[in-house]
Ligand binder design. Structure first.
Ligand code: NAD
Ligand code: UDP
Length: 325
């Protein structure tokens, strides 16, 4: 602890979507932040701007190598590409990030007596047979499919975290994050929200994979960051796993229609093949998060999408990529 209430907080994957949002919140709260990122997909430009808000150290490092940072109070382990396009591009590295990376950070937490949050995922449930998904559901993951590098990597990471808690008393917080969206997503991220917003703003066809009846439940990023911080502040026996997300479920076709309405776009919808093992339904049961964190998301999808569209408009316009309506 640097002084009363002001902490030294390490954010791995701090240059990514959630990491950038988290660093911003932590800096505005007056904490000293160290961002560790290999910058494979994350960007340096936004982080440099965030440095104006307070003390932000930026360390270019891959977490598959041992991480040695001193006097740390809290660690948020967010490093790992979250977009299927990116995590499948180098699947062995994705597995190493989840497994070796988690081990390296758990060792750092152990020797620094730091609390550590693990960004786990709804993907640990695979293509779920139970609906909505509760933490007690053990999932339906194809261990040899193209998504397995991420799903099984994150499942193994959960095992590591809970065992470091049982065996070495490390205070761990495992959050199973469901689809989250908002400002600081990169236009070329590949996930559905940035894809569809980018396409709508350019009046290009919106790509829907499969028939578009598959569902997801989208959480606005500020709501998620609040849940993560509340979780970090819970007593040491609250380890999770806890589902963190917004339980309002929507199909991809409904999402596309909403984005076309909100952007006033002239775009139509075009259909592409459904990727292998793409989950059909996904919706969190968040009763444990409500009970343990006194938290539930408060931003309606339309409100969160409007803020995200504003952000994309500004970002794309700065790069000269939007067409006037
Ligand atoms: P992101 O892809 O936008 O950011 C990931 C960041 O991690 C990038 O900056 C990348 O350069 C960095 N990174 C990747 N591998 C690394 C490594 N080996 N060493 C150092 N840095 C590395 O992802 P995001 O949406 O910000 O997600 C952050 C975390 O939350 C991820 O662990 C992801 O699995 C988890 N998560 C996110 C969501 C979501 O909807 N955003 C949902 C479930 C889980
Ligand atoms: N998807 C889509 N169009 C796109 C990108 C994704 O229809 O341009 C679909 C994808 O097949 C999945 C859903 O949207 O059914 C959410 O995909 P995303 O990659 O955002 O997240 P995940 O599949 O990891 O939940």
């Amino acid at each position: 602890m640097i002084d009363r209430g002001r902490k030294h907080i390490v954010v791995t994957g701090g240059a990514g979507f959630l990491g950038t949002n988290l660093c911003r919140h932590l800096l505005m709260q007056g904490h000293v932040v160290t961002c560790v990122d290999n910058f494979r997909t994350g960007g340096m430009d936004i982080l440099r701007k965030l440095a104006e808000l307070g003390t932000l150290n930026i360390v270019r490092q891959d977490i598959t190598e041992p991480v040695a940072i001193e006097n740390v109070d809290e660690i948020y382990n967010l490093a790992c590409s979250a977009s299927p396009v990116h995590y499948q591009a180098d699947p062995v590295h994705t597995l190493k990030t989840c497994v070796h990376g988690s081990l390296n950070l758990l060792e750092m937490a152990r020797y620094s007596n730091a609390r550590i949050f693990q960004a786990s995922t709804s993907e640990v449930y695979g293509d779920p047979e139970a609906h909505p998904q509760r933490e007690s559901y053990r999932g339906s993951v194809n261990p040899v499919g193209p998504r397995a590098c991420y799903d099984e990597g994150k499942r193994c990471a959960e095992t590591l975290f809970l065992n470091y808690h049982r065996q070495h008393k490390v205070p761990v917080k495992v959050g199973r994050i469901f689809n989250t969206y908002g400002p600081y997503m990169r236009p070329n991220d590949g996930r559905v929200v940035p894809n569809l917003i980018g396409q709508a703003l350019r009046n290009r066809p919106l790509t829907i994979y499969g028939d578009g009846n598959q569902t997801r439940s989208f959480c606005y990023v500020d709501d998620l960051i609040e849940a993560m911080q509340r979780f970090m502040a819970t007593p040491e026996d609250v380890t999770g796993p806890l589902n963190l997300g917004n339980p309002v479920e929507i199909s991809m076709l409904e999402l596309a229609d909403t984005i076309i309405d909100l952007t006033g776009s002239r775009s139509r919808i075009t259909f592409r093949p459904l990727p292998v093992d793409d989950p059909i339904r996904r919706c969190p049961d968040i009763s444990h998060a409500r009970e343990k964190l006194g938290w539930s998301p408060s931003t309606p999808l339309v409100e969160g999408l409007k803020r995200t569209i504003d952000y994309f408009e500004r970002t794309l316009m700065a790069k000269g990529h939007t067409h006037s309506k």
